[in-house]
Design a protein around this ligand. Sequence first.
Ligand code: FEO
Ligand code: CA
Ligand code: CA
Length: 748
Amino acid sequence: MNKRIDFPIDKIDPDDIGHNTSANPSFDGVLQARLSRRSILRGSVGTAAAAVFGSGALAACGGSDDTPAPAAPTETLLGFNAVGKSLADTVVVPAGYTASVLYALGDPLTAATPAYANNGTDSDFENRAGDHHDGMEWFGLSAAGLPSVTSVDRGLLAMNHEATTDENRSSFFLHANGGTSALPRPAAEVDKELAIHGVSVVEVRKTGAAWATVQASAFNRRLTTLTEIDIAGPAAGNALMVTRFSTTGTKTRGTLNNCGTGKTPWGTLLTGEENWAGYFTRPVGDNAARANDKSVTALNRYGRAEGAASRHGWESAGADDKYARWINARTGVSVDGSDDYRNELNGMGYIVEIDAYDKTKVAKKRTGLGRFAHESAAFGRLTAGQPVAVYQGDDSRGEYIYKWVSTANWDAADANPADRMATGDKYLDAGKLYVATFAADGTGQWVELSITTPAIAAYATYPFADQADVLVNARLAADAVGATKMDRPEWCSTNPANGEIYFALTNNSNRRVEPSGSSQMAPDSANPRVYTDIKGTSTSQQGNPNGHILRIKEGAAGSAAISFTWDVYLFGAESSASPGAVNLSNLTGDQDFSSPDGLAFSPSTGICWIQTDDGAFTDVTNCMMLAALPGQVGDGEKKTLTYSRTVGGPLTVDTYVGKPATANTLKRFLVGPVACEITGLCETPDGKALFVNIQHPGESTSQANIGDPTRYTSHWPGNAGYGAGGAAARPRSATVVITKNDGGRIGS
Ligand code: FEO
Ligand code: CA
Ligand code: CA
């Protein structure tokens, strides 16, 4: 989620936060010029910014193996007709395709759970689909109900339920009258909201041509904000993890704000905890209660300054520990925090591993991979005898890109292990965490975040105690080594054709060329654009409103490499925007998009699916999904952007733009209903069923209008014939399954 233009201030998504006040290297500059592409089109430019182009192709690189299955003789990938931009309250897919609603908020997960009434009276959300469907992975099942990598008609969907559509604290579509905004919030409302966050596992089957969930499946499962989860990896048992709930620092309750996903090579789900910090409150006076120790520095860096209010006010619902734990404060007398929740925030912010096939297995927070606002977790290409790499982004303005490298070398026998969670212990608990720096020459470095790294060992801002402290406070460690501030890293994914890793950088309203000359987020080579985008007739969106997709090619050491080359595969833009400064990838009307977020390569076709969570281009189109057949790092050219300044002369920024897409290599495939985000996808191994999540349709509805369905901004999927309520239904996040009417692979 990243809406920040459409809604009242109290509906600004907590995603769009920035707490990185470190002075890491970036180009300084003075703003002079704000470029409005629409203003240019209208011939009414304010101050102008010039963009000057140089050229100089990066060395071509390539080589490919592990190539996806070639297209069948009659199949042309991206052979469909592009979908046009749309503001309709429906899911639009190309001619010849069908999108069917499969699994929506509140759908029952046991035989005894009643159908979802969708009028605010429903209960028992521990046995229903959660809200805000997000990242999702497929886990095949054989006819006998055993794990299968080949099954194409029976499997489990394991998916994130990131958040809930809220205003003034209340998840208003969940409560009959829109819910209670004032504190204290009623426990009955809070209990629903605690349960609709987390993860669900649901069995799906194909009968004939139709997919459906299996309501009574023994595999169906929910994890919520209250599910017990083990702390695994270097921080397990560390002093930072001690709470009243776990005085040994070895477990916590719940997983929260689950955004992107990953699937391990050994067959488990990885789920990323993103904007968890905003669910906690920290009262005024807590800094003093902590004697202003270094924990205050850490809490501020992660977004919980003293006095911070919680998103939903869950802490107000009563004295029960399940509410009290949301107060992140030192209230006890213990030295170690075993009598309060001063350390509770340290239990969130991880990649969590879940065995979707086995509900008896306790999930594990993999602390080795670092604590931040996680999105997806993408495995680098596997090589037997070499370490396993996991790529990750931290989605907040100006945060970083990370890589985990396992100590253990990959053993192909681990692709089908007897104990999947134990295999996770092997590859995800021992290893090294790195953060990325990007240089202006198109190269980059992975810098190890270790207690022995000199800049970390000597970091005066936050004296690290041990390696667990480095991982739990990875943002501070990354600050210490001068990591490159990025334009909100969302999903990442590895191109199966060549092993290059793609990162969606969704947008950054803080990227600036400042008049003061001391901007902490001036444009740099990897985040080179600063411009003004006009939405509607007057709303001015600054920084990098449309985002870009960056990709890296690891050095010769592959997953273990500490240097890489990079370029920008695509810049988001409107097709009508200035090709010299904004539409640097020359997108056409069949290709233009804004705010890339979900991004995943199809293992079957190799298509790169790009999904948007946008608030900048939504005057023209709802959020969308595009299909791409990208090339490789270095296939384009160097471009130099020049920003005029009143002081110090022009600021020039070199960047590297991938080869422009053609009509055959990038096409819009899907547009969603009103005020949704498109996010999360997975497919059957034959590539013939693609599951996609539609998150928060109707998010722009006002809580005050809950009694008047005519004022809901979306009625999807009720208006598509799914569930109760029909064309007047409350909108629901939902999974759709996309099939091709001729039985072909999706994207052909
Ligand atoms: Fe949950 Fe950054 O998207
Ligand atoms: Ca996301
Ligand atoms: Ca716009």
